[in-house]
Design a protein. Sequence first.
Length: 154
Amino acid sequence: MHQGAYARHFARHAIELSLILEDGLMDDSKCISDYMVRSPSIAEGWQPVSLIRQRMLTDSFSFLPVQLDGQWKVVADYKLAKWLRTAPNKGKRKERLAASLDDARKNGLDLVDPVTTKNGKEVSELLANTDGRPILVVDNEGRLLGIATPYDLL
């Protein structure tokens, strides 16, 4: 067997084994803190859309949290793609990429309201109300502790 093909098959089998092990280990986990990504990356209102887009693509993020006016929102990949791809021409798309997130919001970029919760909530209860939105876990002062998306809960 060709070494490259063998390595690809081995990698695939290792992933499949990891999924089985993870499912077994997480079988009794019911709390959102068991599934959340701790200390997630966040966006800032002053950052250019191009930087936020780059971070989302580089790290395969579907959602990127941002705190605006004391409230948590998320930049969603599908909303960002729609806003960028509906630019009337190439020049306008470049303008949109160069705009800050704050300016982009003023010019039609919709942000998503996440489900926000405290540590300790049960996943089943939270999933009943997400409608595909991410779950942000915050402390009593509103600081972001973690994020969980439907993908994380598969």
